[in-house]
Design a protein around this ligand. Sequence first.
Ligand code: NAD
Length: 432
Amino acid sequence: MTIAIIGTGYVGLVTGACFAEVGHTVTCVDADASKVALLQSGGIPIFEPGLEDLVRRNVAAGRLSFTPSTAEGIARSQVIFIAVPTPPLPDGAVDMSFIESVAREIASSLDSYRIIVDKSTVPVKTGEKVAETIKRYCRSGVAFDVVSNPEFLREGFAVEDLMKPDRVVIGVSSQRPVAAMKEIYAPFGAPIIVTDTNSAELIKHAANSFLALKISYANALAVICEAAGANVQEVTRGMGLDSRIGPRFLQAGLGFGGSCFPKDLSAFINISAQLGYEFRLLREVQQINADQMARFVKKIQDTLWVLKEKKIGILGLAFKQNTDDVRSSPAIDLCHRLLREGASLRVYDPQAMDKARAVLPEGSGTTYVMDMDAVAEGCDALVIATEWPQFTQLDLVRTRASMTTPILFDGRNLFDPVEMKRLGFIYQSVGR
Ligand code: NAD
């Protein structure tokens, strides 16, 4: 198939590269001309394991190309995927202006039948609005179909998730685009769910909200475990081995962040209210998440007493392991809270330091350190803020010796409390 992807970000670029890998011819479009130029010159704007090789191989094979022109992408393609941002507005609703503007651009370029596929995460009924908009602005009056095809990839594992999806959801309002959509996805060998557009859109919000709910559940359990002298990791392990529950997304920690869960949760609460249902359960999920961060900061304050002029090492800036994405990162939020209290920070992340500098500038209390084992030097405390597996390889003996006071706050439960005590740390984690 010939495919255009409009929006070449985390979702669009990985989707485009994976579609090309299975033999489709893909044109990735982006409004950001500097991003397109970087990609055209062989650069990759994001860190995602396996992506660079995939892009290079498919560009060389002539199956993947980049352009700033939506019209060019559409002219070359049978199927047009939309993968532009759907950021939150201050009231929690979704800013649909990117989708609406792409719909108008598509309308102005349509000269024969196309399938337009929404891959961005959107509120239910967006497909209907996109179809209305294209119809309204399309001068040629040609036929088209709008399909909902939500994306479930996890940043950090995006290539793996795209190549081996658990399922593919295809929401349609007519049967005409179904065969082409199945052809696109056939090489991935995943179960394909064909449903109506509204249900497909709801599947995405329902799934992300449920995953956020699991995390908040584990975090609420962590509070009880701390009060009761139990260990949340033991409790969630015991729960997770029940096949009806499963172990994933049951890790207590600093709470969820990133560009998806917080905004998708707000969007789902918002659209539910518009549809006449007050989704109080999900409001509580948000509240537990906010409380979790506040509780962790209080733990640091209670131990260090006064944060002003304290030097604190921070391991991890990305919103989770395996990514350079710092959008709505709990680690960055934590840094800002500590800076506001007058602490100074020495920070390190294996991949996210470049992106972090834009939201946590060097200077005014923040020093970027290039060596993980040197972060704690001269610090009054060290904080683990992201669950990068390499942090478990930290040279703990050197770390302890280099600190002013050997206090470690483990926001991701990476270390064993008994072992940390044996090594001479004052160690606090979450729910243990
Ligand atoms: P992103 O910000 O990384 O990428 C979006 C890209 O779209 C940017 O490069 C931007 O320049 C481009 N763009 C904006 N307007 C455009 C236009 N009019 N024409 C062409 N390009 C345009 O965003 P993302 O993380 O890839 O997310 C995209 C969508 O996918 C969102 O709705 C998001 O919720 C959803 N999603 C994201 C993930 C994830 O893990 N990041 C997972 C599943 C779904």
